[in-house]
Design a protein around this ligand. Structure first.
Ligand SMILES: Cc1cc2nc3c(=O)[nH]c(=O)nc-3n(C[C@H](O)[C@H](O)[C@H](O)COP(=O)(O)O)c2cc1C
Length: 227
């Protein structure tokens, strides 16, 4: 599989979330050889969408001539697109959101009804693409936290992408937490192997991966001790 990882953390390789993403990719690579490209979005030159809609009328060329042209080509050449990002204000970090906005040239202005909603008709053929979201966050609670980012992902990529959300993710960068992060990353590796073989992750395994690694109050107490 050709996999493109959009790393939306401004911490680049130092990202808490990328520990999860790397473990997933390791699992996938254990099951079968994969061609992986990781893009640190913060290092790309991506102008903000101007909202002119020129790209939706002219075959998909944006008025901005920046890194997004090559990124769109990379996206279309991929089989699996992984959006790896930390939760920021219940959504994705701004540089990654700028990239998402700039995928507009893939759509045309024409819209069609899909169930009880409308979606744009594609200007490019991206029907072969599979999508995944991997998101870490700083609070211990998964509920009342990830929902807006998950809803955005589901609406932007209808047809069922795979979503991994992990609370308490700063622990991935804390060596003293290895006793709990090690087993969690092992589960993520297993999920990667499973995904490479079946393009799905077993619901029980996914639920385990997305649960807090230590009890919520213990985590909050440890964080507050260091404040
Ligand atoms: C600007 C900003 C906004 C954040 N918003 C949230 C949030 O809404 N919910 C949450 O649980 N954590 C939030 N966090 C914490 C990060 O998600 C957390 O530190 C995460 O582990 C960082 O991941 P990374 O190392 O992959 O960038 C926020 C952090 C920053 C800097």
């Amino acid at each position: 599989m050709k996999i493109l990882v959009l790393n939306g953390s401004p911490k680049r390789e130092g990202s808490d979330t990328m520990h999860i993403t790397r473990a997933f990719l390791e699992g996938m690579s254990e099951a079968a050889p994969q061609k992986i490209k990781i893009l640190n979005v913060i290092d790309s030159h991506i102008e903000y969408c101007r909202g002119c809609f020129a790209c939706m009328h002219n075959g998909g060329i944006c008025v901005h001539d920046d890194d997004m042209r090559a990124i769109l080509e990379d996206i279309l050449a991929s089989d699996l697109l992984i959006w790896s990002f930390p939760l920021y204000c219940y959504g994705m970090p701004a540089p990654l959101k700028a990239l998402l906005d700039r995928t507009l040239p893939l759509s045309s202005m024409a819209m069609r009804k899909a169930g009880d909603r409308y979606e744009h008709v594609g200007q490019a053929d991206y029907s072969h693409l599979r999508y995944m979201m991997i998101c870490g966050c700083g609070f211990p609670n998964a509920k009342h936290n990830f929902e807006p980012a998950v809803a955005q992902f589901r609406l932007c990529f209808p047809g069922g992408g795979t979503i991994i959300t992990v609370p308490e993710s700063p622990m991935f960068n804390a060596p003293e937490a290895a006793v709990v992060t090690g087993p969690r990353l092992e589960l993520v590796r297993a999920a990667g192997r499973q995904y490479a073989e079946t393009e799905e992750i077993d619901a029980a395994l996914l639920a385990d991966i997305c649960s807090p690694m230590i009890p919520e109050d213990t985590y909050a107490e440890i964080v507050n001790r260091g404040v």
